[in-house]
Design a protein around this ligand. Structure first.
Ligand code: SER
Length: 325
């Protein structure tokens, strides 16, 4: 029996995760089977990386339906969302985009009988009443940001559509994601990408979080691996239909600065906390992801030292050769 052809739509494909995930999906399914989409038309360099591209506002269900039909889409990786820091500046739009966008995709999954949906959740679903260390899969969740509230509600919607309509939707609670191929935008964990750029090209970084603010983080390659692993696991193995805790590493700004100084001894860090400090303080310091390890054999490959070596080498090459899109 031959495996059915999968045609994949990625929403929010021009974002930090979308750019890298689209490429990984192209490698797996072939360039002609992966359709990148975003509300903004990306720069030419990025469009080249993304391959087949459609401008799509996920808040418009009709356009979404047309693209699903046009390319005979069978799976959607629905990444389009507004992150934590930007969400606090535009709370109503963040809610609308993050919630209605997801519901439009879930509704389309029912209507078009899509095989699978991927939707990212976040450590932002946790809040001040959550245990901070080794945060369990199931615990008190009282998020303080609009982003976190929307992700927690979204987890509920995913489980609802799975139970009520049999939509095979899978999800991960990403920590802060760190990669060199594309830049993040609007998140509280973004400092951990920016710092490598500033360390290499300015020798100094002003951090918007305090020195001892520990947050869960993950190298992009691990995040892509986790995403593809959960999407390729047997449906029966997925015991969590809200979203899985996922852990790579945890570090503070002081610790990442030290890891960078092992390569760039003159690197200096200054601290000037802003409104993002309160967001970071409401999130866990480390995550227990034993359920993901048990259900679909999740295991990360990168720690802070290994990631730092790879980031410094590749950010330098990437910026010099104009490869960072
Ligand atoms: N990286 C995200 C943010 O900082 C968390 O999911 O908003």
């Amino acid at each position: 029996m031959s495996t059915p052809v999968e045609n994949i739509l990625v929403t929010g494909a021009a974002g930090q995760l979308g750019t890298e995930l689209t490429v990984a999906l192209q490698q797996m399914y072939g360039k002609n089977h992966v359709i990148a989409s975003d509300v903004r038309i990306p720069r030419e360099e990025r469009q080249e990386v993304l391959g087949i591209f459609e401008k799509l506002d996920v808040l418009n269900p009709q356009s979404l339906g047309e693209i699903l039909d046009k390319y005979h889409i069978t799976q959607v990786y629905h990444l389009a969302a507004m992150l934590s820091a930007t969400g606090e500046k535009h709370p109503k739009h963040a809610w609308q985009l993050n919630m209605q966008g997801l519901i439009n995709v879930l509704e389309a999954a029912v209507e078009k009988n899509l095989h699978k949906i991927y939707w990212p959740s976040s450590i932002a679903v946790f809040g001040p009443t959550t245990p901070k260390e080794n945060t369990p899969q199931f615990c008190s969740m009282e998020p303080t940001t609009v982003y976190g509230i929307s992700k927690l509600a979204g987890e509920g919607w995913c489980q609802y559509y799975f139970r009520k309509h049999g939509v095979d939707v899978r999800s991960l609670r990403y920590p802060g994601l760190i990669g060199y191929k594309s830049m993040p935008g609007g998140g509280t964990t973004d400092y951990a990408v920016d710092i490598y750029h500033k360390a290499l090209f300015n020798g100094v970084y002003e951090c918007f979080l305090e020195a001892d603010t520990y947050l869960p983080m993950m190298y992009m390659e691990d995040a892509i691996k986790a995403t593809l692993d959960i999407m390729h696991a047997d449906s029966d193995a997925i015991s969590v239909r809200t979203s899985y805790n996922l852990s790579g590493m945890s570090f503070s700004p002081a610790e990442i600065a030290k890891a960078i100084q092992a390569h760039i001894p003159h690197f200096q860090m200054h601290y000037k906390p802003d409104f993002r400090q309160a967001i970071a303080d409401s999130w866990p310091r480390s995550i227990d992801d034993s359920q993901a390890r048990k259900d679909w054999q999740w295991q990360p490959d990168y720690d802070l030292a290994r990631m730092t070596a790879v980031m410094l080498e590749n950010v330098k090459i990437g910026v010099e050769q104009g490869l960072i899109v």
